[in-house]
Write a protein of this length. Structure first.
Length: 124
């Protein structure tokens, strides 16, 4: 699996809301930075994902405008825009933001080592 395949697979599996499916794609020492906090290691990242899934029923997440900034034999970095829709109680909500994912090749293949998601900046 190449970095582009890894990110595409991650995007598909995240919508199943089962963190066990994501574990093979994420490095054990990964760091994820979200608007509400920073999480290091699979246990902390799992807790953040599962908290979000519990709060946002039927969340659907997808990426667009991918731009691979750097790529060599052992590391690659991609920026993108992320989008999501969900139900909060009986209300449909949605959002979008900017993201960066860094992947690193290990003995087991490519793994996500860092993800940073933030809201879109306010337009003037």
């Amino acid at each position: 699996m190449e970095p582009e395949d890894l990110l595409r697979t991650y995007e598909e599996l995240i919508n199943r809301h089962d963190f066990d499916l994501l574990v093979p794609l994420i490095a054990a020492d990964a760091s994820f930075w979200f608007s509400e906090g920073s999480y290091v290691g699979l246990a902390a990242i799992r807790a953040a994902f599962e908290r979000t899934w519990a709060e946002l029923a039927d969340e659907t997440y997808w990426l667009d405008d991918r731009h691979w900034l750097a790529r060599d034999t052992d590391v690659a970095a991609c920026t993108y825009r992320f989008n999501w829709t969900a139900m909060a109680g009986a209300k449909s909500i949605s959002g979008r933001g900017r993201g960066t994912t860094i992947v690193r090749r290990s003995a087991d293949g490519w793994r996500i080592v860092h993800e940073h998601l933030s809201p879109m900046p306010q337009e003037a």
